[in-house]
Each structure stands twice: as structure tokens, then as C-alpha cells.
Design a protein around this ligand. Structure first.
Ligand code: PLP
Length: 394
């Protein structure tokens, strides 16, 4: 019950144990096509170029940025937590001129702030997180995509920690390219990173089309753009691999593809809206329980991610001792935090397979017992009961 990774859905674990297929087996290429279609539904997009990067979520972030950014491109990064710093760092490493703009942790950027930064800095790309797990804040994106389109700026979104737990209809929000991971609300393990992009972004990347020697197709001509700085994350080559040409690139991580496929199938069988509602209800129940314990919540609650809740560590308590007892006596892991929030807040998740009533009630009752054991004076109210009431009244 931390900020992710979380327990994978047992269906996903079973899918991962299926027998391996070679990447040119027709069953495997059918699965690749099916995965593209499934993730169009997950991202709520018609984007043809919707596929998987083999690696954890940051592999897709690197792939997106290294494939889009040419030396000197200006990238604007609104930073409201640790993962905004990560987008800044990766953009710098791939040779962009990076303009980070900052917000106090626990807050989000307003429409006016994004518009004025775009007008002032005139970037070619804006890179932003949706849910920055380090602060538990969920940046509204409905205006971000639109503001970028109005100015001819590409919008890139890292939705690793938020997709399917917080609404992100990619086409409706006019997001140009978006990447995620499996280990949060999608209820899988880390190791596969879905990506979706518009045809315009795909064309920009294909301008940089260079093929490694020995596998060039007949009549091959390199693109006019500069060669992408990474072979593994060269999205032009990876798109050729996911196209009917099946131009050889890396050896597809078969088990992770089964796993990504099953994560998407679970969400689609549940219904995307039902999945979003389940996360939102879990968030309300967790908040009610933590408030019943008399604990203070962290950050601007109007913009909290549904799937993770930041809570101040009560005065006088040794944070790591509480986390230790939660884990070793009750089998429940809650999250610590990074940088300026380290030692100040815990991050308690309820996402993916764990956004369930029983998991939330168990977390709250074990937290109650452990806090009491550590001498914290708690109000008379019952935290698990407060959460249960949220479920009952829903
Ligand atoms: C918002 C966000 N972006 C990126 C990452 C990096 O993901 P990974 O560890 O899967 O590479 C995380 C991980 O927690 C995250 O929460």
C-alpha cells in the first residue's frame, strides 16, 4: 500500500507464466497488434502509434525524449515534484535546452501559469507529469494539451503513476505523446512501458529514420533528420518493429508483453470508468480513515491523486519504526518519501489490484494498532469504520 509498485493482479501473474513465443511467430505478432488496440482503449485515443517499450516507465520517458529532441530544441518542464526533475534531467541529457519552471511541492500549475510560460519561453516541446507520486499531486491536463496545440508546441505527458486511476483521455485532452508504466494503477509489475503518440509526432520521429547496418530494407534511405542518439530507445526503429514490416530490433520481452496485455484486458473488462470510480472511492475511504485518526493530509486536496495519499507523520513518532512494524507485524507496506518531504510524510497508496475495500480497511486498522503501540494518542473515532462508512454510503 505504498506509492507503487503494488501487488500485481493474480491474472497478470498467471499471464506472465505462459509459454514463450518467438517474435516472428504469427501468434506473437497477433498479440502485438492486439496490444496496440487494447492500449488505444486504455489511453482513450485513436492514435495508430500505441505500443510498448521494453523497460520500466523511465525507459519510455527516455525513448520519447531522445527520439523527439534534436540538439538545441527548447523543452519547457513544469516541475512540481521529483519526477518533474527527472523529465528535466533526461531532457538535458538528450541535448535539449531545458527551461524548468517550479511550483512549491504540494501544489499544481494553473492554466494562466502554463500559458504565460509557453508565451514567454516559446519551447518546441512541453514535458510534464500528470500524477507526480513524490508529492501525490495530480496536475490537471485538460488545458495543458489545448494551450500547447494553440501554440504549435508538442505536449509530452508522463502518466506513469496516474493512468486509469485518474482520468486522462489522451485525444480529448489533446496530448501529443504520453507514456506510462504497469506497476501503479494498471496492476502489473514494472518492466513494460506503454506509449501513445499522434501521427504528427510519429512523423517528426520518422524524419530521423536511420537503420543499423546489416538489416537495412531494400532501397533504404535514411531520413533527413539527425540520427537518434540511442539505439535501444530509437522510436523510429521500434515503430518499424511494431509495423507490418517487423523490421528486427530488440528481442521482444514476451512475458512482459503478455503481462501488459493482461493488465489492459483487466481494466477493459472492468470498464475504464468503473476502474476510475473504484480508485476515486478508494481515495475517499482512505482519506476518511486517516482523518478519523486525527492525522493531517499533505498537499492541496483539490488536486490530490486518487491513488496515493500523503499524510504528515505524527509528531514524536519514529517513521521507520512504524513502517517496520506495519510491514513485519501486519504485512502492510506504506511508503516513505523523497527529498524535502523525507521524514515528514508517508505516502499511502490504494491503486490497481490494491484499490480494494479489504486492503484499505486492513491498512487503516493496522496503522491504528501500530500508532497506538508507538504511544500516539488517537481520537476515539475508528479509522476502518470511517472508511467502511464511505463504502457503505457509496
Ligand atoms: C510519475 C513517475 N514517473 C516516472 C517514474 C519512474 O518509473 P520507473 O521506476 O518504472 O522507471 C515513476 C516511478 O515511481 C513515477 O511515479
Amino acid at each position: 500500500m505504498g506509492p507503487g509498485p503494488v501487488n500485481a493482479d493474480p491474472r497478470v501473474q498467471r499471464a506472465m507464466s505462459a509459454d514463450l513465443l518467438g517474435q516472428y511467430d504469427p501468434a506473437m505478432t497477433d498479440y502485438m497488434n492486439e496490444v496496440m488496440e487494447l492500449y488505444r482503449q486504455i489511453f482513450v485515443t485513436k492514435n495508430h502509434w500505441t505500443f510498448l517499450i521494453d523497460g520500466t516507465s523511465r525507459s519510455a520517458i527516455e525513448a520519447a525524449l531522445v527520439s523527439m529532441v534534436e540538439k538545441g530544441d527548447k523543452v519547457l518542464v513544469p516541475v512540481f515534484g521529483r519526477f518533474g526533475h527527472l523529465l528535466t534531467e533526461i531532457s538535458e541529457r538528450v541535448g535539449a535546452t531545458v527551461i524548468p519552471i517550479h511550483k512549491d511541492w504540494g501544489e499544481i500549475f494553473t492554466e494562466e501559469e502554463i500559458a504565460s510560460a509557453l508565451d514567454q519561453h516559446k519551447p518546441s516541446i512541453l514535458a510534464i507529469c500528470q500524477g507526480d507520486t513524490s508529492t501525490t499531486m495530480n496536475q490537471p491536463l485538460d488545458y495543458v494539451g489545448r494551450l500547447c496545440r494553440e501554440r504549435g508546441v508538442i505536449s509530452y505527458v508522463d502518466a506513469t503513476a496516474s493512468l486509469v486511476g485518474n482520468p486522462l483521455p489522451v485525444d480529448e485532452y489533446q496530448i501529443d505523446i504520453c507514456t506510462v508504466g504497469l506497476q501503479k494503477c494498471l496492476g502489473g509489475p514494472s518492466g513494460s512501458a506503454p506509449v501513445t503518440m499522434t501521427d504528427e509526432v510519429a512523423d517528426r520521429i520518422k524524419r530521423r529514420w536511420h537503420v543499423e547496418k546489416g538489416i537495412e530494407p531494400e532501397g533504404f534511405k535514411p531520413g533527413a533528420g539527425s540520427r537518434i542518439q540511442s539505439n535501444y530507445f530509437d522510436l523510429a526503429m521500434i515503430m518499424a518493429y511494431w509495423s507490418p514490416d517487423r523490421l528486427n530490433h530488440h528481442t521482444e520481452a514476451t512475458s512482459m508483453l503478455y503481462c501488459a496485455r493482461e493488465c489492459a484486458r483487466c481494466v477493459i473488462e472492468e470498464g475504464l470508468q468503473n476502474c476510475l470510480d473504484r480508485h476515486s472511492l478508494a481515495s475517499k475511504a482512505m482519506v476518511a480513515g486517516l482523518k478519523a485518526l486525527g492525522l493531517d493530509l499533505y498537499g492541496n486536496q483539490d488536486f490530490k491523486m486518487t491513488n496515493v495519499t500523503g499524510v504528515y507523520i505524527p509528531e514524536g513518532v519514529i517513521s521507520e519504526a512504524v513502517r517496520h512494524d506495519m510491514l513485519h507485524d501486519f504485512g502492510v507496506e506504506i511508503g516513505t518519501s523523497f527529498g524535502p518531504l523525507h521524514g515528514k510524510i508517508w505516502r499511502i497508496g490504494a491503486m490497481g489490484y490494491n484499490a480494494r475495500k479489504d486492503a484499505i480497511l486492513r491498512t487503516l486498522s493496522s496503522l491504528t494498532s501500530v500508532l497506538k503501540m508507538h504511544g500516539v494518542k488517537l481520537p476515539d473515532e475508528d479509522a476502518a469504520l470511517a472508511a467502511l462508512e464511505v463504502y457503505r454510503s457509496a
